[in-house]
Design a protein around this ligand. Sequence first.
Ligand SMILES: Nc1ncnc2c1ncn2[C@@H]1O[C@H](COP(=O)(O)OP(=O)(O)OP(=O)(O)O)[C@@H](O)[C@H]1O
Length: 262
Amino acid sequence: MNSAVYLSNVTAGYAHNVVFARLSLEIAAGRFAGIVGPTGCGKTTLLKTILGTHSVFSGSVLLNGLPVDRVPPGAIGYVPQLGSVDWSFPVTVEEVIMMGLYTNRRIWPWPGKEERERIHDLAHRLGIYDCLQHHIVHTSGGQRQRAFLARALINNPKLLVLDEPTSGVDIKTQHEVLHLLGDINNDGITILLTTHDLNAVASHLPWVICFNNGIVAQGKPGDIFTNEILTRTYGGDLVIVRHEGHYLIANNTPLHLTSGCS
Ligand SMILES: Nc1ncnc2c1ncn2[C@@H]1O[C@H](COP(=O)(O)OP(=O)(O)OP(=O)(O)O)[C@@H](O)[C@H]1O
């Protein structure tokens, strides 16, 4: 198998907190995969390990056959959790995309004609051309997501890593972002994302990795969305309803809320 990502016996975490131990994971080149798991189970730590921005205690991480610390800048595109971004930073959508060009440089040179054309082509493709000159703070959640997607794609990466790309947007935008990612994957880019949304996101992905401080199971949603696997991933009691190839996964524990006002 031609691997885009290959982790062998990786142990990683923080001081006094091993998040996962002796983890091995292989993601085939060209795959479109999602990682699901409960809050705090190590999804972001895993992504940062793959990106090489979080050093491991032991084990090895290869991307397209190269040790992660030898991967050239720009070969991997990364879209962070948008909740972690400071939106008051005074930049336009075009400047956000431009930042992707200079990930390995300390100063921003003025973009050349060719670079500007690439930015404009990508903005057209992602449907944000009309807001290129808007301050990022004045854009919608979907437009911000696309701006950061364009920033991650500007160097034509082979691997695109996204941390919760569909959080904080409405269900129609979620669908559009997934559709867009499907098109990008069809161009041959390997995609790895995390999501908390089993119903609207994970169930539509071609490949899902159930994670909880280690891999619980991985495969097509139809094979791994079972009560047993989801309970091992999330704990608790989940119900899975299947209807004409669609899934609805819900918590089986009743929730009784009472109003504070009576
Ligand atoms: N910078 C840090 N220093 C110390 N511990 C951290 C740090 N970042 C994360 N952790 C801890 O590592 C564990 C895994 O966190 P991580 O952010 O990888 O989980 P996650 O699955 O991405 O969570 P979420 O779904 O809430 O984003 C958690 O126990 C978290 O508290």
